[in-house]
Design a protein around this ligand. Structure first.
Ligand SMILES: C[S@@+](CC[C@H](N)C(=O)[O-])C[C@H]1O[C@@H](n2cnc3c(N)ncnc32)[C@H](O)[C@@H]1O
Length: 400
């Protein structure tokens, strides 16, 4: 069974990619000229992704955070001295244009739904497209990452901006393990603002808007949750007042260590300052002294277990007496889940289906994208979906 997976199936499987459209609109709002060009190529001049942020201050607060992250990350990547920037996830940002103007090689990695849209746009805008590559990956899927990077034999500067907070605990753990393995194979470092992202938002909104900042922050959180279909922005990688050591412990478990880089000391001047008063700029710069980006490297003193070899995804379906019997094998993640959704919708067109039975004996991993597709199926047929032989580690599907 091999049905073509279309844009709609990919988009419904993992709507979190829409947050990258919000980010590029915010960058354009902040005043980045290249971001504005990309927004036009994406036909987002109407700023549709920003419509769930109900007032102009909430948009401004988000634009400040997004521009501060983008410009500071660009500077940290340039300063680290490595020549290959691997942007995981690349979203729709102009980082490829910036890095290649500086003579660096740029490798953009993201979900297929993003890469298929962004790659031609960036190539059309880039002066040095020979330095740019894009690959479709799922960050939780090691083989997709290894395949994308197999021809790069220099040490890598992996940058992760705005992804880790959308992951479940298992997904965050898988990504950390995967990055560890990539650093072991290629050498290099991992730079990310994500661990302290909650702090960066709170400090930014409080320093710029004073007393009423909480209400604007809440609007921001609700908009991001609605867009991404993610229930909360919490896993051990994201530093939380409740357990500030969880992120370091997670890194240590995977044989990694972090150096915290002070944001205020490395943040360039921002275009968005044109929209702030001088008092707001001063307060904002002062507040950023309390926030850090993380430079993560191998900890030679710790050796984690080697990654287990992945079983490739396979699926088979038969329909009998109104029951669709499906067997799933290997990993169900953002790369394979759209295939299940497409197959389900095709079977429904050709058959009357009252219920689904899924044999999970050889299912090894299911990400939130896979769980989302199985929930659609569950809601979409009279007798729902029943699972058989699922390993205890796949508890998410037993909760459907
Ligand atoms: C908020 S955007 C950030 C994009 C970009 N780095 C930026 O700063 O604008 C979140 C990105 O994470 C990507 N993403 C989410 N889950 C992913 C996964 N499992 N593998 C790869 N990319 C993922 C989405 O497609 C989206 O591009």
């Amino acid at each position: 069974m091999n049905h073509a997976v279309d844009y709609s199936a990919q988009a419904r499987t993992n709507p979190v990619f829409l947050t990258a459209k919000t980010a590029i609109c915010l960058m354009a709002r902040a005043g980045l000229a290249d971001a504005d060009k990309i927004v036009r190529c994406l036909k987002l001049e109407d700023n549709q992704p920003l419509q769930s942020m109900k007032d102009s201050d909430t948009i401004l607060g988000n634009a400040i955070v997004v521009e501060a992250k983008y410009r500071t990350m660009c500077r940290l990547i340039e300063d680290c001295g490595l020549r290959v920037c691997v942007d995981l996830p690349c979203g729709y940002t102009p980082k490829a244009l910036h890095m290649t103007q500086k003579g660096l090689r740029f490798v953009g990695l993201d979900l297929p739904v993003v890469v298929q849209e962004v790659a031609p746009i960036i190539r059309s805008l880039a002066a040095r497209h020979e330095l740019i590559n894009f690959f479709e990956v799922d960050a939780t899927n090691y083989e997709s990452l290894a395949a994308a990077l197999k021809n790069f034999d220099e040490p890598l500067c992996i940058s992760t901006e705005g992804m880790m907070m959308y992951l479940t605990e298992d997904e965050a753990d898988a990504v950390v393990a995967n990055v560890r393995n990539l650093l072991e194979v290629h050498g290099g470092c991992w730079i990310t603002p994500d661990p302290e992202v909650k702090l960066q938002f709170i400090l930014t909104f409080r320093s710029v808007f004073g007393e009423n900042f909480l209400e604007k922050l809440e609007t921001t959180g609700n908009a991001a949750m609605k867009q991404s279909n993610v229930a909360n922005f919490s896993n051990s990688f994201i530093v939380d007042a409740a357990d500030s050591f969880a992120a370091e412990n997670l890194l240590a478990k995977h044989g990694l260590k972090a150096e915290r880089i002070n944001l205020a000391e490395h943040m360039p001047e921002l275009s968005v300052y044109r929209q702030l008063t001088s008092k707001q700029i001063l307060q904002f710069k002062e507040a950023m002294r309390r926030c850090h980006y993380w430079l993560i490297t191998l900890d030679d003193a710790r050796k984690p277990q080697a990654l287990k070899k992945q079983t490739p995804f396979e699926m088979s379906c038969t329909v009998e007496n109104g029951i669709l019997r499906m067997t799933l094998r290997g990993r169900v993640d953002s790369l394979s889940a759209p295939k299940i959704l497409t197959a389900w919708e095709a079977e429904k067109v050709s058959n009357v289906i009252d219920g689904v039975e899924i044999d999970c004996a050889e299912l090894e991993f299911i990400s939130s994208a896979g769980v989302r597709v199985l929930s659609y199926m569950n809601e979409d047929c009279k007798r729902g979906v029943k699972f058989f032989n699922a390993k205890p580690s796949l508890s998410q599907i037993n909760c459907l």
